[in-house]
Design a protein. Structure first.
Length: 289
């Protein structure tokens, strides 16, 4: 460590609360060392009300970048100087790059999702994609898939606090990508969901269903919706194989787990910070098995 950190070392950090469990410092510091890049990466527990001050400190300390996790992503989008197209439509930021004192907010969650699909030989261009969920992960996925050329996005969400956000996201996507067809339905309409999945290329669970304590549940209640040829992706990565993915595997679907999305959103952020490619295979082997 004393050999690696000098008076010139650039600083990057993760902000959010809590952050103590995060694997990001290990993943980034390993990659900096492997590529001989003079940066160090730490994690700061920053509550939502303190995001503005954290970003002022980022400028003061001339930090190169910050990753942003919950619950700070929406406030960070309000506090940066500029937003990427995806971050503007999503209204949330998970990566901030300090470009000569100007803070640019990006959202690489959706990019990570699309890259993870590509890693499994699946592309989104021209595809019909049905997504369960309207929260942070779901919104990033819906926006990025539309920007990347999906033909149609069908969204199912509970009639809870996220439903209004889902309707708003649909309108924003239609404005930004008029060629993409977007529809929103109630997730409790099981017949409609079965019908929509039946005409989809890709089905995505981007809700918290499947994660503890709902690890014995799946958003797909009618298993006749699952068929060979359908790609089923889950954003939940703990457990690695959710009930949805188990059901999908049994039905002969192509299955894509959530861990890869986590890896690839980090790869995209690393590129934005350094201009270099993270050593993906080594990072996957060390930190994502
Ligand atoms: P969020 O709180 O923003 O959204 C939660 C979503 O779940 C909403 O759409 C809500 O309506 C839905 N929901 C809640 N209870 C439900 C129920 N009983 N039935 C149906 N829908 C229900 O959460 P988020 O930040 O979007 O995270 C969602 C999941 O995605 C989490 O499991 C999180 O760990 C995971 N995630 C994974 C990655 C990755 O890189 N793989 C990235 C971000 C989030």
């Amino acid at each position: 460590m004393e050999g690696r950190i000098s008076g010139h070392t650039g600083l990057l950090a993760l902000i959010g609360s809590p952050v103590g469990h995060s694997g990001s410092p290990a993943m980034y510091n390993y990659s900096f060392e492997r590529l001989g890049l003079d940066y160090a990466y730490v994690a700061f527990d920053v509550k939502e009300q303190d995001v503005k001050q954290a970003l002022e400190a980022m400028k003061l300390f001339n930090m190169r970048g910050m990753n942003v996790t919950m619950p700070d992503k929406i406030e960070a989008a309000r506090c940066v100087d500029e937003l990427s197209d995806a971050a503007r439509i999503i209204g949330a930021v998970n990566t901030i790059v300090n470009e000569d004192g100007k803070l640019i907010g990006h959202n690489t969650d959706g990019i990570g999702f699309v890259k993870n699909l590509e890693d499994h030989g699946v592309t989104v261009q021209g595809k019909k994609i049905t997504v369960a969920g309207g929260g942070g992960a779901a919104t990033s996925i819906q926006v990025q898939c539309a920007l990347d050329g999906a033909k149609e996005i069908t969204i199912f969400n509970k009639k809870d606090a996220f439903f209004e956000r889902t309707l708003a996201t649909a309108e924003k996507i239609k404005d930004a990508v008029p060629d993409c067809i977007v529809n929103v339905y109630d997730i409790d309409d099981i017949a409609k969901m079965t019908e929509e999945i039946g005409t989809s290329d890709i089905f995505v669970n981007a809700t918290i269903v499947g994660m503890k304590p709902m690890d014995d549940q799946s958003v797909v209640k009618d298993l006749s919706a699952l068929r060979p040829g359908l790609v089923v992706a889950d954003v939940v990565y703990n457990p690695v194989e959710t009930k949805l993915l188990k059901d999908a595997k049994e039905a002969g679907c192509t299955c894509v787990g959530g861990k890869g999305m986590l890896l690839w959103q980090g790869v995209a952020a690393f590129k934005l910070y350094t201009g270099e490619d993270m050593p993906v295979e080594e990072v996957r082997e060390r930190f994502f098995q």
